[in-house]
Ligand binder design. Sequence first.
Ligand code: FE
Ligand code: CA
Length: 522
Amino acid sequence: MRLVYDRRRLLTAAAGLGLAGGLADRAGAAPGLAEIEGYPFRLGVASGDPAPDGFVIWTRLAPRPLEENGGMSMYSLPHSVGWEVAEDDGFKRIVRSGQATAIADLAYSVHVEVEGLAPHRHYFYRFTAGGDVSPVGRVRTLPAAGASPNLVRLGVAGCQNWEDGLFTGFGHLARENDVDAVFHYGDYIYEGGSGRYSKALRTHVGDQTYSLSDYRRRYAQYKSDPLLQAAHASTAFISSFDDHEIDNNWAGDMDADGNPPEIFVFRKLAAMQAWYEHMPVRRAQFPGVNGAIMYRRFDFGGLVRMHALDTRSHRSDQPCNDLPTGNSCQPVYSEASTMLGSAQEAWLADGLSQTSKWNLIAQQVLVMPYDGREPGGAEPVRGPDNWNGQPAARQRLVKVIADRRLTNVVVSTGDAHLTYVGTVPLKDEAPDGAAAATEFLCSSMASGGNGGPLGLAQADVYRNNPNLRLLHNQRGYQLFDITPKLWRTQVRVIDRVDAPGGLVSTLKTYAVTPDRPELHEA
Ligand code: FE
Ligand code: CA
């Protein structure tokens, strides 16, 4: 045979994925080992997890995304994928390049951790396989450690149920100027079977996802969307996950169906492998039998320190069987209850710092106390799946902020499919009292459909929740313009997601100063 391919050597490399090195840049694979039938870059490209000297670039070879294995033959042979990083989009000034190896074991995905670049500047990247060239992506490195940038602009997005709405907002997000990075708060896919959420607009391929190939095909369907691809190509994503990457409202080692952990672990491992394969994340986030260490930190110079949290993997199970708690069940104030687990909680406390102008806690589920009682209801109604279900955990977080006298904490949240803007009070029982942080919960890109009136008496909602400034039901995303003296959040909404051509507008703009966690309408 013309090529000798050392399988054992590749497995050794795969086993070392958690270490430096790994699969990228391995010799031993050569182009043309197996023909790819069709254009292999139909899932686009992505970048993520920027550092001052680099970032991750991602693609996956999938010439026919919805077919089994994305249209790839699972020969157990690797494909060599070339990559280039340039200072210009014409690739005249290429500053880094190499060959990565895409293997069947990881769905022919490619993750390259590019290093050695200059801080806070834009780069362009692309891949090649066989004679084909991928679309071009654009990405910016982080400011240097200790640098004092005048402005960092972050996007926030997530909750993109394919069956509920078009990804129009991603197309608009892709065209926003100079977004340094997008925080994705999860629900990148939804696990339900075809027609589970909506039959009218567009439907999932396949039944509810359980196996690795189910999840791979679901990601491939979502990532085949040109507007989502455009958003990825426009800037780095800082990817997290919430519940629907695996199963609705899972918590720790428990699913929401009552299966024992030893059964749920199989599904979770398949889903986490597919998550890794499709997200532009580093090898540090490579999942194992105990899940993935997803929480991590990003310093945008000395301007903003972003703590990306995992509020799913290490938490206590929801109280009250996941039902909104009403008269019959209030969350029990138990010191043992947790949203982060002890290791992540200590890590967060350790990293919250006044040395950064701003602290951004980027996470998944509502932190602020919220009473969702119906008009005339006698008792508070709390959401068991968010921090309202684990009030002791929230109190510990607030205590860290208060003990450090931090006045610069902003929380970014997803999950609820509505916009919530408000403050996290120092005391749960005094929501109109002094605040520990401001919180901007971003609605959803698609989940929930067009939106509209809430069906709640707005006046009652604000009376029951004096810490809440906005509750709104439309799809969209948020933009954070962060400067040393002022944080501005734009709530960007899409007028419709049930037909192409939806328009974007700014519903509200809020301003916060770093000396006081207080919201000002700008
Ligand atoms: Fe969601
Ligand atoms: Ca969710």
